[in-house]
Write a protein that binds this ligand. Structure first.
Ligand SMILES: Nc1ncnc2c1ncn2[C@@H]1O[C@H](COP(=O)(O)OP(=O)(O)O)[C@@H](O)[C@H]1O
Ligand SMILES: [Mg+2]
Length: 377
């Protein structure tokens, strides 16, 4: 019997922790392999990064050179330059010294170097050459992949949480990046991110630099029947039974969002193993949800209390999933004022990533927070 938790949540999952997404995987891989840029958006915690990493791994096996850069960790133009060149240099660990020489040749404003620790592991670093034009250095870095790739060695580069580049001096950075990559013959780009409204605007607004620069795709939650199957077989590895009714109930509690499916399943597994039981009941699911909710309540209070009283009322109304949020009845029921004030509050929540807009419907991005708001406000 398997005594390690078969569920995993947090960041990128791979191997047999990863399930489903075959169609999405194929679509992404084929589009990229065909040399077409892709924009992939979906709310946080739907599994974009995991999916993209799987796609990159498989493309790498098919002969592409792939690079992954998370723009979330990039807070300035300098860190973009540093992290991007490092990601590129680390690609060729076996010939890192050669790569460093090439980087030195193609990028005017930096001196790259590599040192080796006592285990022979390379550490890549750069220093800046004083007085060089930073914008030129940035352009050189942007064009580096095109210089290193070739018709026989095609590259695919993924920028995760791409909308965050708007932090780096806004429009100008976007324009610079676009002006560089639009001439790249042997590099294909994948832009992915969680702030759907920001990404959509970047790629479908005529006035933005990345207008029409990529084929836009999105992913949804995972099909319920596939998740049920997965839950049943993962619990079974530890001799734990969960029938499909209970599995469906779990999925509903977390609105099918992949991260929370894993989170709750992880929690249930832990409890069942310790209690020496062999079957997951609906009560177990409710209890697991409540335990996690309690664990997170300090954080949830913090998240809630920074908002004005009015916004709290709007949040509370949203937690009831009312169908006509802007109707007179809702305004009366939840003591809301003008439609414009309510809309403004919602825009704040969307910007913070608390609320997702799905067509004309609003949903909490965190089903636990929804429950919290519903029962505490
Ligand atoms: N295909 C999948 N199979 C299993 N778990 C998944 C899958 N996709 C997402 N998850 C769960 O969601 C979590 C977040 O995934 P991640 O790829 O970081 O999402 P995103 O990049 O969209 O925020 C993972 O740690 C895992 O628990
Ligand atoms: Mg991600």
């Amino acid at each position: 019997m398997n005594k390690t938790n078969p569920f995993k949540f947090g960041n990128i999952v791979s191997g047999d922790f990863f399930y489903n997404r075959e169609d999405e995987l194929l679509r992404i891989k084929q589009t990229l392999a065909g040399g077409n840029n892709v924009t992939l958006y979906a709310p946080r915690r739907y599994g974009k990064s995991s999916l993209v990493n799987k796609a990159l791994n498989e493309l790498e096996k098919e002969g592409f050179t792939t690079i992954y850069l998370d723009i979330m960790s990039v807070y300035s133009r300098d860190t973009f330059i540093k992290n991007y060149t490092r990601a590129i240099a680390n690609k060729e660990i076996s010939s890192i010294e050669k790569t460093v020489l090439k980087i030195a040749k193609f990028i005017s404003g930096i001196v790259p170097s590599v040192s080796f620790d006592s285990f022979g592991m390379p550490t890549f670093s750069i220093s800046w050459i004083e007085g060089k034009d930073k914008e030129q250095t940035l352009l050189d870095v942007i064009n580096l992949p095109e210089k290193l790739s070739s018709n026989k060695d095609k590259w695919i580069i993924a920028f995760d949480e791409f909308q965050e580049i708007t932090k780096l001096n806004g429009e100008n950075f976007e324009k610079l990046l676009r002006s560089g990559i639009q001439h790249h013959q042997n590099v294909t780009y994948l832009f992915l991110g969680s702030k759907t409204h920001m990404l959509k605007d970047m790629f479908s607004n005529k006035n933005r630099a990345f207008y029409n620069a990529a084929t836009v795709m999105s992913i949804n939650t995972i099909e319920e029947s596939k998740s049920v199957e997965y839950l049943v077989s993962r619990f079974k590895r530890s001799d734990i039974k969960i029938d499909s009714d209970a599995a469906m109930y779990l999925l509903q509690t977390v609105a099918n969002i992949p991260y929370y499916i894993q989170y709750i399943a992880f929690e249930i597994w832990q409890y069942i193993i310790l209690s020496d039981k062999h079957r997951v009941t609906k009560d177990n699911i409710d209890e697991a949800f409540e335990r996690v909710l309690k664990l997170k309540s300090d954080y949830y209070w913090e998240l809630t209390n920074k908002h004005t009283a009015y916004r709290k009322k709007v949040l509370y109304a949203l937690s009831h999933s009312v169908s006509e949020l802007f109707s007179k009845k809702t305004a009366t029921d939840f003591d809301l004022g003008a439609v414009s004030s309510t809309q403004k509050a919602i825009d704040v929540f969307i910007n913070e990533g608390i609320i997702e807009r799905n067509q004309s419907k609003y949903e909490f991005s965190d089903p636990m927070y929804k429950r919290f708001v519903n029962s505490h406000l």
